[in-house]
Design a protein around this ligand. Sequence first.
Ligand code: GTP
Ligand code: MG
Length: 397
Amino acid sequence: MEFVLIAIAILVVALLTGISLLVGRGRRTTRLDDDAAAGTTLTRPRPVPPADTAPAPPTPSGATASGLGLPPETVEIPPAEPEPGLVFDTPLPSAGRLVRLRSRLARSQSSLGRGLLTVLAREKLTEDDWEEVEETLLAADIGIAATTQIVDRLRTQSMVLATASGTELRELLVDQLTAVLGPDLDRTLGTDRREGRPGVVLVVGVNGAGKTTTVGKIARVLVGDGKSVILGAADTFRAAAADQLETWGERVGVLTVRGREGGDPAAVAFEAVRTGIEAEADTVVIDTAGRLHTKSGLMDELGKVKRVVEKQSPVTEVLLVLDATTGQNGVVQARVFTEAVDVTGVVLTKLDGTAKGGIVVSVQRELGIPVKLIGLGEGPDDLAPFEARAFAEAIVG
Ligand SMILES: Nc1nc2c(ncn2[C@@H]2O[C@H](COP(=O)(O)OP(=O)(O)OP(=O)(O)O)[C@@H](O)[C@H]2O)c(=O)[nH]1
Ligand SMILES: [Mg+2]
């Protein structure tokens, strides 16, 4: 009997020990999972250790990458702190830039403004004169619909025009141009934090349109306006592209998240946004590789970049960068890019190098997407928010 009691006691003790061991292991596993999900040890920007002791660059956590069906990618996060002694640029504020840069539209001025004013100033306007007005507007790439609207309205005002002084004539013309430039369109850039997450700006376009330059200039505008910014170099096509972006960022003390050459651009974009969320940045701006709108594989890749970013944070602005010197082809490009990533705003670059400032009108009219920014030179602060009236004033001269 005693033997049976001892055996039962041993059995009970063994059972209790087994249960406590199982419960303990369960708890540890949960904690580890929690840490992994938070990703606290992997993504925080930190200074790079000396080269001989440098560990492998951090990669997105396994849970995150596999959850998205992404291949494991190498994403480099450079030091959070600037090198000692480095002095950052102080970018010019964005307000009033278009007025400051208006002389850059000189080529547009000479063909459009002066041409039109010379004709309109004639004493009695003949059919030939009106045709000349029409041709001048079309030559500036304003497009047929807007040209017709301007000419029709000016013709109904021709009695007024006949008696108008040079200044009044100029005002009438500025009014008509402003009207076709969509003065009421919402051109606010979606760069602000939303629902506790950074604003995410995705920048897309064909090769050489000016994307990287524009991302750099936007970073400067945001820094100038007191915002904290993270850049994502999702152009992994060439290492030089990430270097180019990093140089822009370094000048204003902005961190650039980059991947290895040939890596998955979506993984870099994802990591940039994750870094932005952790750093509680105001805005993450993502540069992408130039791609021909006719290559469907590359357009699909762009769609994937956007979708992957949206797994963790909404994309608040998709900017299509168009080179103003490419003329009407820009409208075709815009249509295809919009189908892939739902473009919310256009940046028209190189307006300093073309007489075809009227492309602003065609792009907006034919696509219903507002031009939000214009590039007026290669200088770091040669980017201006688009304002219809100031632009009309500038191109009339
Ligand atoms: N004049 C002028 N040049 C500009 C403007 N914007 C960009 N550029 C120039 O256009 C060239 C191409 O600019 P990038 O920013 O490298 O163009 P990208 O679209 O990033 O090119 P890829 O990455 O190769 O597709 C550079 O020489 C820029 O300096 C502008 O508004 N005016
Ligand atoms: Mg580029």
